[in-house]
Design a protein around this ligand. Structure first.
Ligand SMILES: Cc1cc2nc3c(=O)[nH]c(=O)nc-3n(C[C@H](O)[C@H](O)[C@H](O)COP(=O)(O)OP(=O)(O)OC[C@H]3O[C@@H](n4cnc5c(N)ncnc54)[C@H](O)[C@@H]3O)c2cc1C
Length: 421
């Protein structure tokens, strides 16, 4: 990026913002202008609401938008994963139908991958999609579906061929969540929140043109979604990267606050699941545990671990900025996030002692410490467990032999299943 390119871009964005931005317009109305001008997602292709800019130049656009306090496009929730997946694999019809509305925040999404018998073994999915009279008819069950209770659309991985091998019989669809064949039942977690759901499909319908990628090519599409999910596996992760809680006044800010409150409701405990390393020193000073040499040593180890994980994440972002494709760094980063979260929970326990078990206003930090202890296990499960990340690193980075049984080339019908179906 030369200085003159940057200056010219800055001037162009600034002039456009001067002419178009006002906090008194509607949120969607503003975002439509931003998206249609290509400034909402400037790294995206020109043909699809972007400007083909490098991440470094896109950061300049972002700085200009923030400088005048303007609102950006919707970047919270599963919509970020949906957009990344559809950009990579969607048909022109799908890109036209979904990408703009995802950026303007008009549509919300959920990720319908895990099933009672297939979480780690995602390729063992049993939910069926059968073609009938020019539509796909879906039957089966998904589980742990974050945000399904307020999603308009779902990214669905379903089996379309029982006679193909496990991975080749899967296809990827976009399913309308507002239809009689889709029943969403919330699940309550041990930390009291209810972010995810069971989803039951009974003759739910998907139009032909909502098949994403090739028939039988669903595994490759799902892998794209997962790589983006894992890359954002820090704190609130990819799903919360764009959440902002501005205190400014004006119609557009009120609408943005309402949007963030709804979309981020399922994720409000995610900072706790990441371990809240930011609270450790403050708590140690408040309790006097900072003077305990054993606790100090554990705090130092945690901060070193957290800092090195952050640098790994920065290296990954730098690689992305240089245009390198998504690689295994997502798995490395996700595994590091699990280590940091677990170590943080341990250090919080050392600092707070038995008080760490007190929830609500009686507990340290208004119960936040207790919430950390019971939320941290989720980091090493969501988006693929630690063991699965280790398998990926072993096989794809270290080129070690594949896990026994993973290259099963029998028709799926004959493969032993985790669930009866
Ligand atoms: C906070 C949160 C949000 C989530 N949101 C979503 C969502 O929106 N959509 C969605 O589809 N899913 C979601 N999930 C589900 C998540 O993807 C699964 O829980 C995860 O993939 C693990 O699957 P499982 O729960 O079926 O565990 P299992 O696969 O049954 O695993 C049980 C244990 O066995 C181990 N194990 C399994 N296979 C192997 C192996 N081959 N080698 C070594 N060890 C192994 C696992 O590591 C684990 O410890 C979410 C989960 C959490 C915690």
């Amino acid at each position: 990026m030369t200085e003159s390119t940057e200056a010219a871009l800055r001037a162009e964005v600034s002039a456009w913002l001067q002419a178009n931005w006002s906090p008194d317009q509607g949120l969607v109305e503003w975002r439509k202008k931003l998206v249609d001008a290509g400034w909402g997602a400037p790294t995206w292709p020109k043909a699809w609401y972007g400007r083909d800019l490098s991440p470094a130049l896109a950061a300049v656009v972002d700085q200009e938008i923030r400088r005048i306090g303007a609102v950006g496009v919707a970047r919270t929730g599963i919509r970020t994963l949906a957009a990344a997946t559809l950009l990579a694999h969607g048909s022109d019809f799908q890109k036209r139908k979904f990408l703009r509305r995802s950026l303007t925040g008009e549509d919300t999404w959920c990720q319908l991958f895990s099933e009672p018998g297939s979480g780690s073994d995602l390729a063992g999915a049993m939910t069926r999609a059968e073609r009938k009279d020019g539509r796909w008819i879906v039957n089966g069950q998904k589980v742990w579906t974050t945000s399904a209770h307020h999603a308009d659309w779902g990214l669905l991985l379903a089996r379309t061929d029982m006679d193909a091998t496990k991975h080749q019989g899967l296809s990827f669809f976009v399913i309308d969540m507002h239809q009689p064949g889709v029943e969403v039942r919330p699940l309550r977690q041990m930390n009291g929140h209810a972010s995810f759901n069971q989803v039951f499909f009974t003759d739910a319908e998907v139009p032909e043109e909502h098949l994403v990628g090739e028939l039988g090519g669903g595994w490759a599409v799902a892998t794209t979604t997962l790589m983006h999910e894992r890359r954002g596996a820090d704190g609130v992760g990819a799903v919360g990267a764009g959440a902002s809680a501005t205190v400014r006044e004006g119609r557009i800010y009120d609408e943005e606050r309402a949007e963030v409150a709804t979309t981020m409701e399922p994720y409000k405990w995610y900072p706790q699941r990441a371990g809240r390393v930011d609270l450790v020193l403050k708590r140690a000073k408040e309790t006097g545990k900072i003077d305990d040499p054993v606790v100090r040593q554990e705090i130092a180890k945690l901060l070193i671990l957290a800092r090195s994980a952050e640098w790994t994440a920065r290296r990954a972002r730098a690689a992305q900025a240089l245009g390198r494709p998504q690689g295994p760094e997502g798995s490395l980063g996700k595994l590091a996030a699990s280590h940091v979260a677990r170590a943080a929970a341990r250090v919080h326990t050392l600092i707070s002692g038995a008080d760490a078990m007190l929830s609500g206003p009686d507990g340290p930090e208004d119960g936040i410490v207790a919430e950390i202890l019971i939320s941290v296990p989720a980091v090493s499960i969501a988006g693929g467990t630690d063991e699965i990340q280790r398998n990926i690193i072993a096989e794809r980075v270290l080129r070690m032999p594949k896990e026994p049984g993973s290259a099963d080339d029998r028709p799926f019908r004959e493969v032993p299943k985790n669930a009866v179906g």
